[in-house]
Design a protein around this ligand. Structure first.
Ligand SMILES: [Mn+2]
Length: 358
């Protein structure tokens, strides 16, 4: 397990590289050029500027999250070919700074959805919260307004430019079915995977968050059946999954550890975090500790360990604790605690396996 930590870049993150350097066992940053709209080819000079920031700390740039997929590709519009070409050129450039994994998603319109970014937990910390009844009853434009009331940072997937055109994008999806979305994903992957393979970069799709349809939009990366289908769509080791225990874990029927055991050799990147589910379908993100949430983090780490996992892992999100002011879900403290919990499980498994000191 190779630990990495998401960082949004200079002036775009409250956490600093010197701070990340002091979290035990973090070897690289998970990064992206967040200022670019989806679909654009990433300029080499911007990529190199990022490398220049990471180099003094010895952090590698092997995990990129995300290179976003342009809406026209998801919609299967004729204009998609231009954006797919840009994507290929970006892959080639990323290979030049040592990228090994590109995380992306194929969710229409919205990236992740929550109804409260700072919901208070019993201990006074706050965390990302999803109220099912509210989303079910909500006009998506209300959600956009709500998100825009927190203008401190632009959120990945929620860029203002993108939200501006929301109603027209919604309109475009009116007649797009799940099958259409699968076909469009296949078209994309059939072109992208050979380029990824030639550049030794694994493509790792992130499951939908939450893994079900919202606002009547089709969603296809929702559980083990979709992962099986995805892996066969283009059956190549460079076509893989970012297995996110937090996204997949909000469906009480999902056993994420079993998914690790089934798909291990096609998981180049693991997102490992916990979430607490309520009977009414609501959920809140919790500490990583297994007993604090509904997802068995111990068994998930055990499954990775059994499989001899050598891919990358990140603690994904954390709560906001100790009065930290930070991006929602992306503070320093709780993610650092999460990493130490994951290492604690991993190291003890490693010691048991070797029957000796780690
Ligand atoms: Mn995730």
């Amino acid at each position: 397990m190779r630990m990495v930590f998401r960082w949004y870049g200079e002036g775009n993150d409250t956490v600093t590289l010197p701070q990340i350097k002091q979290i035990p066992g973090v070897e690289g940053i998970v990064w992206a050029l967040h200022h670019l709209p989806a679909g654009e080819e990433w300029p080499m000079e911007d990529i190199l500027a990022y490398k220049k920031l990471a180099d003094p700390y010895g952090f590698h740039l092997e995990v990129v999250e995300s290179v976003n997929v342009h809406e026209d590709i998801k919609l299967g519009l004729p204009t998609r070919d231009r954006y797919i070409e840009n994507y290929k050129r970006t892959i080639e450039k990323l290979a030049k700074v040592g990228a090994k994994v590109i995380c992306y998603n194929f969710m229409p319109v919205f990236d992740w959805i929550r109804t409260d970014l700072f919901k208070e937990l019993e201990d006074g910390s706050t965390a990302l919260f999803y109220e099912k009844a509210m989303v079910d009853a909500m006009d998506p434009m209300d959600l956009v307004r709500k998100i825009n009331e927190n203008p401190d940072f632009t959120m990945p997937g929620w860029e203002p430019a993108r939200l501006l055109h929301l109603s027209s994008v919604f309109e475009s999806y009116k007649n797009v079915t799940e099958d259409d979305l699968w076909n469009n994903l296949q078209y994309f992957l059939e072109q992208i995977i050979p380029v990824a393979e030639a550049n030794d970069i694994k493509m790792a799709i992130h499951p939908d968050d939450p893994p079900w349809s919202i606002f009547g939009l089709p969603r296809i990366m929702t559980g083990p059946d979709s992962i099986r289908k995805l892996l066969k769509l283009v059956d190549n080791p460079y076509n893989g999954v970012t297995l996110c225990s937090g996204s997949l874990g909000v469906n009480p029927n999902h056993n994420v550890a079993e998914m690790v055991r089934e798909f291990a050799d096609r998981i180049p990147f693991a997102h490992i975090r916990n979430v607490r589910l309520y009977e009414n379908g609501d959920f809140i993100e919790t500490s990583h500790r297994a007993s604090d949430g509904s997802v068995d983090i111990c068994d998930i780490v055990k499954a990775y360990h059994e499989k001899g996992f050598t891919g990358y892992a990140r603690p994904d999100h954390g709560r906001h604790i100790w009065d930290e002011k930070c991006r929602a879900g992306y503070g320093l403290y709780d993610r650092a605690l999460g990493i130490m919990y994951l290492w604690g499980i991993w190291d003890s498994l490693e010691r048991t396996k070797r029957g000796t000191r780690v």
